[in-house]
Write a protein that binds this ligand. Structure first.
Ligand code: F6R
Length: 248
């Protein structure tokens, strides 16, 4: 698409440098706007980012007391306290270690009896918070963001998804290494929900992400690489390490 804008790309030497730089940016954004609305991913990639954010918080450089958070996605059928839930992941890696106000922490409830109503509730909660100021994203090796998997058509809004086998495999570590134990379905923010964020930073590290990062930057905008839609966003940035940038 000729009207597509390429996201800015920041290449740093390694995973630690990426995590430090992004944590610093998030802390600066909170410093400028203490009531920041932050969209957050789970996964292997942001673990070091969250460690750095906790360290900045401990040094007094990141006050989360008025920050609002929205996580991108959650497995279906798991109560929030289940050790495999994304809610538990976020508690372990970030939320239990910083001064967030519990009422400002938002998750999709994968155990909600009516998944469609839960998705509507989440969209309304994001709107009531004034929209997302800064959305942090990871990326799957197939180009997915949140649980928006490659497909002929993508969903605009928060919705229920059937997970692809490769996505269940990559989440198996949360379930004792067994992909069969990973829930078959999840709830995820949709593409329009993500793209409505005022600023987006996608983070990718490691050689396994190199080919999808190349397609996100140099390929066309296609539903087969959901992250390629970032080309249409006015303020999107990719922060990658040298391994993930090696095909650029
Ligand atoms: C999870 C999410 C996913 C991950 C992606 C990459 O909340 O949004 O899209 O960002 O699956 O996961 P890792 O970082 O484990 O490679």
């Amino acid at each position: 698409m000729s009207s597509a804008r390429r996201p800015r790309v920041v290449i740093l030497p390694d995973e630690t440098a990426v995590a430090r730089a992004l944590a610093g940016r998030i802390a600066d954004a909170i410093g400028r706007n203490p009531r920041l609305v932050l969209g957050l991913p789970t996964g292997r990639t942001p673990i070091e980012l969250y460690r750095e954010l906790v360290a900045l918080h401990e040094k007094g450089r990141a006050d989360f007391s008025q920050v609002t958070t929205f996580n991108l996605d959650e497995f279906c059928g798991l109560p929030p306290a289940d050790a495999g839930s994304y809610r538990s992941f976020m508690d372990r890696h970030l939320l239990a270690h910083v001064n967030v106000t519990p009422g400002r922490v938002n998750f999709l409830n994968g155990a909600a009896p009516d998944a469609d109503a839960e998705c509507v509730r989440y969209e309304d909660a994001i709107a009531r918070a004034g929209g997302i100021d800064l959305q942090v994203l990871g990326i799957g090796t197939n180009g997915h963001i949140g649980f928006n998997e490659p497909a002929r058509e993508l969903h605009a809004r928060t919705h229920r998804v059937t997970l692809k086998p490769e996505t269940r495999r990559s989440n198996a570590r949360l379930f004792g290494g067994d992909p069969a134990k990973v829930p078959a379905e999840a709830l995820s923010m949709g593409m329009a929900t993500i793209l409505a964020a005022r600023r987006i930073v996608l983070v990718a590290t490691g050689a396994a992400k190199a080919s999808c990062i190349e397609r996100v930057i140099n390929g066309g905008v296609t539903t087969e690489v959901p992250a390629s839609f970032l080309q249409l966003h006015a303020d999107a940035e990719l922060m990658v390490d040298e391994s993930a940038a090696r095909e650029l």
